[in-house]
Design a protein around this ligand. Sequence first.
Ligand SMILES: Nc1ncnc2c1ncn2[C@@H]1O[C@H](COP(=O)(O)OP(=O)(O)OP(=O)(O)O)[C@@H](O)[C@H]1O
Length: 293
Amino acid sequence: MARKCLLIFNPFSGNNSITEAELLEMTEVRMPEYAVELWETTGENDEDKIAKKYEECNPELVLIGGGDGTVKQVAKSLNDKNVPLCILPLGSANGLAKCMGINDLVDSWEAIREFKPQNIDAIVINGELCLHLADFGINANLIQKFEQEESRGMLGYVKNSISEIFGTEAMRFNLKIGEESFDLTSKMIVLANGDRYGTGALVNPQGIMDDGKFEIIAFNPDTAEDYVRMTMAFIKGDLDQIEGVQSWSVEECELSNLEGAEFQIDGELMGSPEAISAKIHKHAFQFLAGKSF
Ligand SMILES: Nc1ncnc2c1ncn2[C@@H]1O[C@H](COP(=O)(O)OP(=O)(O)OP(=O)(O)O)[C@@H](O)[C@H]1O
């Protein structure tokens, strides 16, 4: 008997270059030992609908065809199911998929063939699930601009990030880790489970997604020279060795946002919370990861 697989597909992800029929045809060729049932997201109340669909189908594997937003939705609704998940990266940036070594569909098919479920941690921040990266400051501001201008695409992002680095004021934060307390003045504070943004910038070279820890990284580029150094380090992945960058690896922390910086979790704006409390949820999910994971 064929193994059951549920494919949750968001037809609006990325530049919607792939149709439902094409995707199903690919699964037939690439994963012949599975009976794949495809379900399209509706954009309304999908978390409940996904949970219901899962109960009806009772699959051995759940494929998520979409961008980071869709991955988050599926992860939230199947939180307690312990079923292996695999991403078919169909969004425009797919930062989360890249952190798991899934850069394109070829990586997904290979991960399914290999079938080695990996434990993946999550960070719970003020009750919200964070699978990838959350931050105060520059990146949250960028996402806000992005949504306002609708100038999507990488060029807009890069253009805005340069003006944002110089335009953002450093703000005060207080970080509490156990009994220790740190006063920080930063342009950006990142809470990271994964190691990179969707652009490929390695924000957190130490980030291991199954070690029961997450990283807090505080940045404060001041001059153009600092900015260039940090950009180079982003690309090379040795940001942790750069002056003006502080980082901590923790299981939990509290962070007070003393001057009302904007906050985002996995690309979703969260306003400017006065304080956040963050805790790792070790091995919250099982994902099929790519070779480079
Ligand atoms: N059938 C649908 N109609 C309209 N919107 C939908 C539908 N299905 C899902 N959505 C919306 O798509 C969003 C998630 O999209 P996606 O997975 O592409 O995430 P993303 O991070 O925005 O990805 P991208 O990289 O493409 O921008 C959710 O806001 C969800 O409500």
